[in-house]
Ligand binder design. Structure first.
Ligand SMILES: C[S@@+](CC[C@H](N)C(=O)[O-])C[C@H]1O[C@@H](n2cnc3c(N)ncnc32)[C@H](O)[C@@H]1O
Length: 268
């Protein structure tokens, strides 16, 4: 977790992120995109787009006359996003940029989406002021952030493994990633947005067989990367076993909770 965002995936981790994180994100991406009421011809930004889950879902709705952009700091994530782009119309423009310094003119976008990114912005105020700048007056904003760690047993088990096998800093960073919703709503309200609202989303998600899924997922996120860097590959396997034994036996279906935060750009 060397970079300022705390979400710096190296080597082939972005490919594994795309593969292993997809099932966790899928129902939340649908809810996120639904929240901004896209239409054919809409211009949409996926902020902190990672490998592009939300950008792809938005492009399917914006259609051939729309425009979809994805911005992220991590070049490795963007490389996977470009490779996985299914040649939908419109083409998605993926750009390396920090959330607080976006390469778009004022009032470019009808909607800005941010799926599980805002909790990592080092300066949330600056990022949301910049988001407001590139959103047209009346344009829509929607973000999801994980919430209520205790409502997501899979993440509770993952945290226990990071506490046991990772560094104290990694465990602390993991915990704070689940506390962003309140900061996000408060910051939006002072950054050029109004009608700020939030609601909890909980989905029961069926994961692939856990023997492969748990170590694969752990190796695709910064907390797992920290375990490998500080203790080695074999300890990652032990950490994965810890997660598996902490979960209820006989099922691969677990609840996951996130907060969906929505807002509209204030008229000038
Ligand atoms: C948990 S991933 C989410 C990625 C993607 N939105 C998704 O739905 O899978 C967090 C992403 O936020 C990006 N990120 C973190 N801080 C950022 C910043 N200040 N500006 C732009 N991207 C940032 C990371 O590079 C990473 O791709």
């Amino acid at each position: 977790m060397a970079d300022a965002t705390g979400f710096d995936l190296k080597g082939s981790a972005p490919e594994r992120y795309e593969h292993y994180v997809a099932p966790l994100m899928a129902p939340f991406v649908t809810a996120l995109v639904d929240a901004v009421d896209l239409y054919p011809g809409a211009t949409v930004l996926d902020l902190a787009c990672g490998t592009g889950f939300a950008a792809r879902a938005a492009a399917a709705q914006a259609g051939p006359t729309g425009r979809v952009a994805g911005a992220d700091l991590n070049e490795g994530m963007l490389k996977v996003a470009v490779a996985r782009h299914p040649r939908l119309y419109p083409d998605i423009e993926f750009t390396a940029a920090p959330a607080d310094d976006l390469p778009y003119p004022d009032a470019t976008f009808d909607a800005v989406l941010c799926q599980q990114g805002a909790q990592f912005f080092p300066d949330l105020d600056a990022a949301l002021r910049e988001t407001a700048r590139v959103t047209r007056p009346g344009g829509r904003f929607a973000a999801t952030v994980w919430s209520h760690l205790d409502d997501s047993p899979y993440f509770v088990a993952q945290l226990r493994a990071v506490e046991r096998y990772g560094t104290p800093e990694a465990a602390e960073f993991f915990r704070t990633a689940f506390t962003a919703a309140g900061r996000l709503t408060a910051t939006l309200a002072r950054s050029g947005f109004h009608d700020v609202a939030d609601r909890e989303l909980t989905f029961a998600i069926t994961l692939p067989p856990l023997e492969d899924y748990i170590p694969g997922h752990l190796s695709a996120i910064p907390w797992g990367q920290t375990i490998t860097e500080s203790a080695g590959e074999h300890v990652l396997t032990q950490a994965a076993d810890t997660i598996r034994t902490a979960l209820p036996a006989g099922t691969t279906t677990f609840p996951f909770s996130a907060t969906l935060v929505t807002a509209a750009r204030r008229p000038r």
